[in-house]
Design a protein around this ligand. Sequence first.
Ligand code: UT7
Length: 331
Amino acid sequence: MSTITAAITAVGGYVPDYVLTNKILETMVDTNDEWITTRTGIKERRILKDKDKGTSYLAIQAAKDLLKKSNTDPKDIDMVIMATATPDMPVAVTGVYVATQIGAVNAFSYDLVAACSSFLFGMSTAAKYIESGRYKKVLLIGADKMSSIIDYEDRATCIIFGDGGGAVLFEPNTEGLGVKDEILRTDGAGRPHLKIDAGGSILPASAETVANKQHYVFQDGKTVFKFAVSNMADVSEKIMVRNGLSGEDVQWLVPHQANKRIIDATANRMKLPEEKVMINIHKYGNTTSATLPLCLRDYEKQLKKGDNLVFASFGGGFTWGAVYVKWAYNS
Ligand code: UT7
């Protein structure tokens, strides 16, 4: 019997219409286009302005895009994994609502939270369900309404993040295509450096926490940058070495879009030229769980069956890792 691997067989994505440019941010906080561009690579980001819409809206649009493009019947989906750091609400699982809204009535669902590595870790989880042989169609969605947790008076964070959603479908493959290897890492020493202090079980919401702005993202950018630059490059290099891949064997790096300088450092370590690196940070900023699937959505037409892709991410926690995928189809 041939081994079952988990192949990506379809992708979809969605970003809201409203464009928050560096120029607009210049009118909101003490910053400038030149600083943001040279320090991060970001020119603009998309923001979901509708007050009554949450992360599920972004996820539903991304999933619908995938279903339509791939002509997939949602009733055939066995499972929906919702990777997100900004669920619609506590307790009521966002993925469950999304699954119902897209008509995946035969699927079970749960949310997977690993900050900016939520989607990467979700790839590992989705792959295991497929490899078990028990599930045939697993939909992995990465979506975040980062604007719901950002202080637009804090220039250290508001210039970085944007809203978006992306989705991929995993199906069994017997040609050896799909997820081939993974290196996933975590380190709780990272907790003080990227977090939201209030709204959880340690510091529940109160008038005081709201007044103190403790429901917004806090990031010690310099420290996170230092860890991200070395750790993302380390795992990306390691996964290449252990699979006997040189820079020439890898067609694409699919990196988390947190900072162009972190992406460049990873690509350099992997000895990959710029044209092999998926980049959309200039358009969307850091969309947290949506960066990797939005890269696939934007570059899908350039991907060829058999291409070697290395996905890499770094995020709060700290959480980080690399996943090696052999691409399964030509568009
Ligand atoms: O996705 C999850 C993981 N997150 C990351 O990977 C993010 C990692 N960190 C970063 O990408 C970078 O640290 C930032 C983009 C957040 C900041 O860039 P940096 O090069 O580390 O800047 P910095 O915080 O060291 O600040 C340098 C200077 C400071 O001024 P002084 O003290 O040198 O006078 C800041 O006050 O730049 C100043 N600054 C700004 N100036 C204009 C900080 N933010 C801004 C701003 N506009 N928005």
